[in-house]
Write a protein that binds this ligand. Structure first.
Ligand code: UD1
Ligand code: MG
Length: 429
């Protein structure tokens, strides 16, 4: 085909988008297929090389290959590398100026995702310390934040009606929007650190890590499609396309991995998967300029993170694993506990435990051991909290229950974003 023919084909924005998204879909399907083949091929190799974990909620202690997420993440990166030229063909075949800012956005997202995969793999191999797990994603968020800055993207937030009413009641004037500048970058950096870690600490039963990431990624893709339909500005639309381009291959490769990781798990995804998933979701949200909306899709993870803080900050002792306790007699999983001497709890810790157990969000039992007062608390995770309410269930049922919760929270997120936001902020967002 001659260059002029190609140029005339790509003349319209719609044709170009259709061509790029079709390529993306085909590459995503290819990514899924290659992941399937590679996982099957690498299962025995992982076992042979000693890369496996033990399923703590099964009778048999059979070795399960881990971290299989590294295979899907590698396939994903290859697919994204192949895809790099396609969103930019439009400019190659027309006379318009090449959009360096968009190209930079694309590459910066890939850099951040690569570093997250590297961090995850290092964690799987070396069991990193918490401070490194927090420091590394903070630094690897810089490429994306720099691009956001260079693009001159907005750091303005819309002030809710109620906040403006309070300020005007106090006798001051306040505009509808507020430029929070540097704070906005701090917020986005925190989004990246939160996303990379929050999936990893909401884990421990078969299928949960991949399942929750799939629900969030699908919800964000749906949100992008809705925005493409609503928005008129071609630049805003392009960034929603960008998010879709990054998420579709993530969804197909993750679906294949889910099939192997769902109950009863044939592979474990490892921290590599959790960090890769979190970073991918965070960068599309930041570059797509919808990081605040994206946080709504992380409601269970945010709740799990806040609920976990007493153990994460060592107010209450935190065992190495907080996953549920397996009962081999009934083949069910129930709450897992942290047991320790009452004297180990400082005043603030006692206060937190009393409040949470009084409002029914914590199982607490006092007992005597060798003449000393001991205390038994459920581990502070949403998984254990759900088990506190429903009692022991089979592991597969628990995963389904938690994924259902994730779906409901996505529905709630859409309601908040499209209906409540209109009431809270008297502007259409
Ligand atoms: C995080 C959690 C930890 C939880 C673990 C489970 C925090 C602070 N850390 O630690 O409480 O126990 O994830 O992933 O909240 N495993 C299973 N079944 C599964 C998945 C994992 O038994 O479906 C076990 C396997 O032994 C596997 C191990 O968990 O080898 C992986 O744990 P790892 O990802 O290294 O734990 P962390 O991410 O450090
Ligand atoms: Mg983990």
């Amino acid at each position: 085909m001659s260059k002029t023919k190609i140029t005339s084909f790509f003349q319209t924005y719609e044709r170009m988008s259709l061509f790029t998204i079709t390529t993306n879909c085909l590459l995503s399907l290819l990514g899924g297929f290659v992941s399937l083949k590679l996982i099957q091929e690498y299962i025995p190799i992982f076992i042979q090389r000693g890369h496996y974990g033990n399923d703590q909620c099964k009778v048999s202690n059979a070795p399960i290959p881990e971290p299989m997420g590294v295979i899907t993440a590698a396939v994903y990166l290859i697919i994204m590398f192949i895809f790099i030229p396609f969103p930019f063909l439009e400019w190659t075949y027309t006379e318009r100026l090449f959009p360096h800012d968009k190209f930079l956005a694309f590459l910066s997202a890939i850099i951040s995702i690569c570093t997250a995969i590297l961090l995850g793999f290092a964690d799987d191999m070396l069991d990193l310390r918490w401070r490194h797990k927090l420091l590394f994603p903070t630094l690897s968020s810089l490429p994306v934040l720099m691009v956001y800055y260079v693009q001159g993207s907005s750091t303005t937030i819309v002030v809710p009606k109620i906040a403006r009413s309070i300020v005007s009641f106090l006798g001051f004037e306040m505009t509808t929007s507020l430029d929070i500048n540097l704070l906005y970058y701090v917020f986005m950096g925190m989004v990246i650190v939160f996303c990379t870690n929050s999936i990893n600490i909401y884990a421990g039963i078969n299928g949960l890590e991949v399942g929750q990431s799939l629900v969030i990624a699908s919800s964000i893709t749906l949100y992008n499609v809705i925005q493409l339909y609503r928005l008129q500005d071609p630049i805003e639309c392009w960034y929603n396309w960008l998010s879709i381009y990054f998420l579709l291959p993530f969804i197909t490769t993750s679906l294949i991995l889910y099939n192997f990781n769902k109950y009863p798990a044939r592979v474990f995804v490892g921290d590599t998967y959790c960090y890769w998933a979190g970073m991918t979701l965070a960068v599309v949200a930041i570059l797509g300029h919808f990081s605040k909306t994206a946080m709504l899709f992380f409601i269970p993870q945010a709740f799990n993170f806040i609920y976990s803080t007493p153990q994460l900050f060592h107010l209450v002792p935190c065992p190495r694993h907080r996953l549920p306790k397996f009962d081999s007699k009934t083949d069910t999983v129930g709450m897992s506990f942290a047991e320790f001497k009452k004297s180990e709890l400082d005043r603030f810790g006692q206060w937190v435990v009393t409040i949470l157990s009084t409002i029914g969000l914590l199982f607490k039992e006092d007992f005597n051991n060798d003449g000393e007062k001991w205390i038994r608390l459920n581990n502070f995770t949403v998984i254990n909290l759900v088990l506190k309410f429903v009692g022991p269930v089979r592991e597969g049922t628990l995963t389904k229950l938690l994924l259902l919760l994730q779906v409901f929270s996505s529905i709630l997120a859409f309601i908040i974003r499209f209906f409540l936001a209109r009431i809270l902020y008297d502007v259409v967002l």
